[in-house]
Design a protein around this ligand. Structure first.
Ligand SMILES: C[S@@+](CC[C@H](N)C(=O)[O-])C[C@H]1O[C@@H](n2cnc3c(N)ncnc32)[C@H](O)[C@@H]1O
Length: 240
């Protein structure tokens, strides 16, 4: 196993992929616990937003073990749905019948010829070595006037910041190393939830995401959750 972290604690693609492979079997249950059971309601909000656009095609990029994909597939049986992820261990959890592609997202965005009415990036952008390039290149896969959706963690503004910092940067790394990732065999400081806290620290894009979307030439950029929340949900339209 090889891990290469940059100065901001971001892993190179190889190290990151191995972390996600390791998480695959426990990703859903641990994400529900770590989110204090809020994960399904965040996903529901994404689904409600997507539903409002009545898309004919949806790509879930960095789909993980496919909770959102399965919900979308059940609710929109007539919509063409595709999941993309570079972790084959994650994709093994996705039922046959849902189309998937095992590929680094930038390679997929550069080489695929498909375009989708909706492209989803949920809890994916923050971990990328160059989020701006991802936003720019992924636009190739959004149909004209189609929507990009970004769901990510954010440090809330106001009093909730203190509780968030305590939880995310103190409690979560401790809980992870003593309970959630006890059987992790890689370097301690790169254990999944410790790394999550570090990558959130490096995730300065949270504040600049709207500008980053403008720079990538998206239009109609809208927030769907308040800045006082622990997750951000944005949508943008691919203007051509
Ligand atoms: C934190 S999980 C999020 C999973 C799912 N989208 C969700 O909201 O629960 C990030 C997923 O993105 C995948 N991923 C991260 N970076 C990627 C990349 N550069 N190319 C392809 N997949 C990537 C990981 O393998 C993992 O399954």
């Amino acid at each position: 196993m090889s891990y290469h972290a940059d100065l901001f604690g971001r892993l190179s693609e190889d190290g990151l992929k191995e972390t996600f492979d390791w998480m695959a079997d426990r990703y859903h249950s641990q994400t529900v616990r770590v989110s204090q059971s809020r994960y399904p309601s965040w996903m529901n909000q994404v689904i409600t937003l997507v539903q409002s656009w009545r898309p004919r095609s949806i790509a879930d990029v960095g789909c993980g073990p496919g909770y959102l994909l399965q919900q979308l597939h059940q609710r929109f049986p007539d919509t063409a749905i595709k999941g993309v992820d570079y972790s084959s261990a994650m994709l093994r959890h996705i039922p046959a019948g849902i189309s998937t592609e095992c590929c680094p997202l930038l390679d997929w965005a550069k080489t695929s010829s498909e375009r989708f009415d909706v492209v989803l990036l949920t809890f994916v952008l923050r971990d990328q070595p160059d989020p701006q390039t991802v936003l720019t290149v992924i636009k190739n896969r959004v149909a004209p006037h189609g929507h990009l959706v970004v769901l990510e963690t954010q440090t809330p503004t106001g009093w909730r910041k203190w509780g968030f910092d305590l939880y995310f940067h103190a409690w979560l790394p401790w809980w992870a190393s003593h309970v959630l990732t006890k059987d992790w065999t890689g370097p301690r400081h790169l254990a999944p939830y410790r790394r999550l806290a570090d990558s959130h620290r490096a995730w300065m894009q949270a504040r600049v995401l709207p500008n980053a979307l403008v720079a990538a030439d998206y239009a109609d950029i809208r927030p769907h959750r308040p800045a006082t929340d622990v997750v951000m949900l944005w949508s943008a339209v691919a203007a051509y």
